[in-house]
Structures are given as structure tokens and as C-alpha cells.
Design a protein around this ligand. Structure first.
Ligand SMILES: NC(=O)c1ccc[n+]([C@@H]2O[C@H](COP(=O)([O-])OP(=O)(O)OC[C@H]3O[C@@H](n4cnc5c(N)ncnc54)[C@H](O)[C@@H]3O)[C@@H](O)[C@H]2O)c1
Length: 65
């Protein structure tokens, strides 16, 4: 199953992706985030690094919804 998580570099989205990657189900998680500067973008990069370390196959698309 493939799951699209919008706002995946944000507080809720990044935590949701990390939880989904812990699932026993073989999920393909795709994140979408425009990495805007409403909150510090470096915090978003940090969250994306955490996700990348957990699952090399996880895909994040930088783009607008
Ligand atoms: N954090 C909370 O306690 C809380 C509580 C209730 C509701 N919410 C709502 O949940 C949503 C997420 O909250 P959050 O705390 O994770 O916010 P956040 O700002 O940390 O994350 C939102 C993410 O969405 C991205 N984004 C914004 N517009 C986008 C667009 N057009 N296309 C692609 N990406 C886009 C941003 O870059 C950001 O990384 C918000 O709508 C917020 O109002 C949050």
C-alpha cells in the first residue's frame, strides 16, 4: 500500500511518517511538503533527515499541494 502524507516535514506530518514506517505492514510512504518558512526550515530539514535515516526508501517530494 502507498500512503501520501501532506505536510510531511511539519510537526504532525513528520511524526505520522515515522509512525507509519514502524508499521508491521509493508507500506510505501510518500511525503509532500513545500518546505515553507512559516516555521524554521532547518527544523524541517532535521525532521526529513530523521525520516531518511529510518527508511532509505521513503520518498519526499518538495512541492506545493
Ligand atoms: N500541531 C498541533 O497541535 C495542531 C493542532 C490542531 C490542528 N493542527 C493543524 O494540523 C496541520 C499541521 O500542523 P503542524 O503542527 O504539523 O504544522 P507545521 O507547520 O509544522 O506543518 C505543516 C507542513 O505543511 C507544509 N505545507 C504548508 N502548506 C503546504 C502546501 N500548500 N503544499 C505542501 N506543503 C505545505 C509546511 O511546509 C509544513 O512543513 C495544520 O493545518 C494545523 O493548523 C495542528
Amino acid at each position: 500500500m502507498t500512503i501520501l502524507v501532506t505536510g510531511s516535514a511539519g510537526f504532525i506530518g513528520a511524526n505520522l511518517v515515522l509512525r507509519l514506517l514502524d508499521s508491521a505492514e509493508p507500506l510505501h510512504v510518500v511525503g509532500l511538503d513545500n518546505l515553507n518558512s512559516y516555521y524554521d526550515p532547518s527544523l524541517k530539514e532535521y525532521r526529513l533527515d530523521q525520516i531518511q535515516q529510518k527508511a532509505k526508501s521513503q520518498q519526499t517530494i518538495a512541492g506545493h499541494l
